[in-house]
Design a protein around this ligand. Structure first.
Ligand code: FAD
Length: 481
């Protein structure tokens, strides 16, 4: 409970990718300052990479949820738009605010912006207080024996989990005193898509309550069989926490803590909980890599891979984007992405490999499409995973790993549940042919109502030909040719 003896000079609580009240170190420390608190969100479209369409959809709803949580505590979310430093300086002039509290950004552009802002505000006599609210631990806090960043995941994970334990949870204050000042209206920001509104299939509840509901549903459901079930795209076996974690609607330590508590209470096997924890560590690993090697946003971590002879093939790229490649698992994934703003991890790997290796289209094209269409679009995770698939990343898949989309479908979607859901024109094909309709006998296709090249495309490339082409190129650039 905030003390009633607050002085009138407020402090600013700058929300960014920490859109929650629980487990929010910046909020709790701002309250301890015993001043009125001005919770602010700034839409700054110049400082970092412009948000994609699906992320804008999410942000719109997440801000509404945060605003109503603040209102329930007697406070109010102030929305402003523009250059962050100018907006903050304007707020300081307007309200006499004497300090800024924030959870820090560790992506390269945000990190630099925060440093510039802290420098400028401190020069004006406004103190700045930064915390880690988004990662298990801040970049730089887990280094190898030579004091260098880890480039391989497993030793990074061991070092991180050996050094850090989940911190105790932080409860938000019951009341937050906020001065009355003007705010933009969220509708004016136009974050929700119009003309056309393509978000009809977005089945999400952005915001802190939605995040906590997802976590508890997962712990009571998918977590019990996570390590195997997480690879089956037709099953709801994963947490679907990625967009919530991206926007900081839940702290990653909270997810770790609850999974481990469920294991201690015997509600889930410990090995399943730790597999889930390892995935959360991948998220940290991605951000640490991007922080230490910022060039990987646009260039290969292994420089030799930038010599790949990428093909310029707009028709193939468009077929991939629209889920019209003729490979059912790839098409199902790309359509799930378009319809819901999310795609299952196993299928992300398959579609990414298909673009980069079968079609030999630059991973940056795929990264850009994901960036625009994923509700969980996250610069570090996206870039790291695309480079992992392309073979050019720090701890990447070996260059010769070329997913066979048909075999992947047969292995992980053997009953075709996922393909039937997202590629309905194939739904009447028997399991045996659903992952490779071009191999089905004519009468089977006819009975299923499939006319290749008409109701469903023929494969845009032949797997064996594409595989050989990619292997030759990859061998040459990686120096194994
Ligand atoms: P769960 O299996 O429940 O995992 C729990 C959490 O761990 C996830 O929410 C996520 O925060 C983290 N996580 C899991 N796998 C990974 C991983 N491989 N890398 C980093 N973090 C991971 N994830 C994003 O959050 N944003 C992206 O932009 C993104 N782009 C990707 C691009 C490609 C080409 C690939 C192959 C993967 C990408 N991923 C990305 C990682 C992964 O696919 C998603 O995090 C995962 O599918 C989210 O579903 P979930 O929350 O149910 O995952």
């Amino acid at each position: 409970m905030q003390s009633p003896h607050v002085t009138t000079r407020p402090v600013i609580l700058w929300f960014r990718r920490d859109l929650r009240l629980q487990d929010n170190p910046a909020l709790n420390r701002a309250i301890e300052a015993e001043r009125p608190v001005l919770p602010v969100f700034i839409l700054d479209e110049g400082a970092e990479r412009l948000l994609g369409g699906a992320a804008r959809w999410w942000l719109d709803k997440s801000l509404r949820a945060l605003a109503s949580n603040l209102e329930a505590r007697g406070s109010r979310l102030i929305l402003r738009r523009g250059d962050s430093l100018s907006v903050l300086q304007g707020l300081i002039t307007e309200t006499g605010a004497e300090a800024l509290f924030l959870n820090r950004s560790f992506e390269p552009a945000g990190f630099e912006r925060d440093a510039d802002i802290a420098y400028a505000l401190q020069a004006d006599g406004v103190s700045c207080h930064g915390f880690n609210g988004s990662l298990l631990c801040p970049p730089g806090s887990v280094l190898n024996g030579s004091g260098q960043p880890y480039k391989v995941f497993t030793p990074f994970m061991k070092a991180l989990l050996g050094k850090f334990e989940p911190p105790a949870g932080l409860e938000p204050p019951a009341r937050i005193v906020t001065p009355q000042i003007a705010s933009d209206g969220l509708d004016e920001w136009g974050l929700h898509p119009r003309r056309p509104d393509w978000s009809g299939g977005f089945d999400w509840t952005p915001g802190e309550a939605g995040a906590l509901d997802n976590l508890s549903a997962f712990i009571n459901g998918g977590l019990k069989t996570y390590s195997h079930g997480r690879d089956i795209p037709g099953r709801a076996n994963t947490s679907r926490l990625s967009p919530h974690l991206h926007w900081g609607e839940i702290s990653p330590w909270r997810a770790v803590r609850e999974a481990r508590e469920a294991a201690v209470q015997g509600r889930v096997p410990a090995a399943e909980a730790e597999k889930f924890v390892a995935e959360i560590v991948w998220r940290d690993f991605s951000t640490h890599l991007l922080h230490h090697f910022p060039f990987i946003e646009s260039r290969a971590f292994r420089a030799e891979y930038d010599a790949m002879p990428w093909r310029d093939d707009p028709a193939a790229l468009e077929a991939w984007r629209r889920g019209q490649t003729g490979y059912p698992l790839v098409d199902a994934g790309m359509r799930q992405l378009w319809a819901t703003g999310w795609m299952h991890n196993r299928v992300r790997m398959v579609v990414a490999s298909f673009l980069v290796k079968h079609l030999m289209i630059d991973w940056r094209e795929g990264e850009a499409w994901f960036w625009d269409t994923l509700v969980d679009a996250d610069l570090a995770s996206n870039v790291q995973n695309w480079q992992w698939v392309a073979g050019s990343g720090a701890d990447a898949a070996p260059y010769f790993r070329i997913f066979n989309p048909t075999a992947q479908g047969q292995k992980f979607d053997g009953d075709g549940a996922y393909v039937r859901r997202w590629v309905p024109e194939l739904c009447r094909l028997p399991d045996k042919w659903i992952q490779a309709p071009w191999t089905a006998p004519t009468e089977i296709l006819r009975d299923a109502g499939v006319r290749l090249g008409d109701t469903y495309p023929r494969p845009v490339v032949d797997h064996d030909v594409a595989r050989a082409r990619a292997l030759n190129a990859l061998k040459a650039v990686s120096g194994r040719g």
